[in-house]
Design a protein around this ligand. Structure first.
Ligand SMILES: *Cc1c(COP(=O)(O)O)cnc(C)c1O
Length: 223
């Protein structure tokens, strides 16, 4: 087995207090997750509904699952019974569906709004403008089964750390603006989810509170 245990501890040692590790286990076998779990890791990230559903049934119930990929609205119903956080809410339509499905289970699901900042990495996510407009609409205030817990973004996949820093800082500044204007009375709006294996060092210097790290812990993914 790839040296999951050592890798996990070396990543954890590098994270400052207040930065939470989401161990991204997509495409990795159950045994890798169990190895990390045995070391105390509880938060795991997955990005495919089918793969996640399979893993959930054979792993401990106290795992905190984060859905970090693009989620199709017609698949929300499958993960709503157990998901802890849906990190990549990239449309109002998706948020409405989460609200609808979560109400059936009488659950409140933590969600992050995904920002689209990187040049071409992902086609998903809100522009600053659209995100601002949605939050300003106030529609979310009537959604009692979703808790908007913060923002998520993926930086450009480039070696130019200054570019990455620029994007993460713009997300952080935007977070502060939204927090101050709309969520100053909501302690639950607090998460800034940015940073992956190759850029989490930059992310923690740009006020990240949540890093999503896969490769650095579990090795290369086998597609
Ligand atoms: C796969 C994935 C990650 C983890 O990427 P690594 O480079 O393996 O650390 C983080 N965030 C999202 C949204 C992902 O899809």
């Amino acid at each position: 087995m790839y040296d999951v245990v050592n890798n996990l501890h070396s990543v954890l040692r590098e994270l400052p207090n207040g930065v939470k590790l989401i161990a991204v286990s997509k495409y990795h076998p159950i045994e890798y997750i169990e190895a990390a779990y045995a070391e105390g890791q509880r938060a795991f990230g997955e990005s495919l509904v089918q793969e996640l559903s399979k893993k959930v049934t054979s792993l401990p119930k106290d795992i905190e699952w984060h859905f970090i990929g693009h989620l199709q609205t017609n698949k929300v119903k499958y993960i709503v019974p157990y998901i802890s956080m849906i990190e990549a809410v990239d449309s109002v339509k998706l948020l409405r569906e989460i609200e609808k499905q979560a109400s059936k289970y009488n659950r409140v699901i933590n969600v992050l709004l995904e920002l689209h900042i990187a040049k071409e990495e992902s086609k998903y996510g809100f522009s600053f403008e659209d995100c601002r407009a949605f939050i300003d609409s106030g529609e979310w205030r009537n959604m009692s089964h979703v808790c908007i817990s913060g923002l998520m973004m993926m930086a450009s996949n480039v070696s130019d750390k200054e570019q990455v820093r620029k994007e993460m800082l713009s997300a952080s500044i935007f977070f502060d603006e939204i927090k101050k204007k709309y969520f100053s009375d909501k302690a639950s709006f607090k998460e800034r989810s940015w940073g992956m294996s190759q850029d989490y060092d930059v992310a923690v210097s740009c006020n990240s509170t949540m890093v999503r790290i896969g490769t650095k812990i579990f090795g290369p993914r086998l597609y």
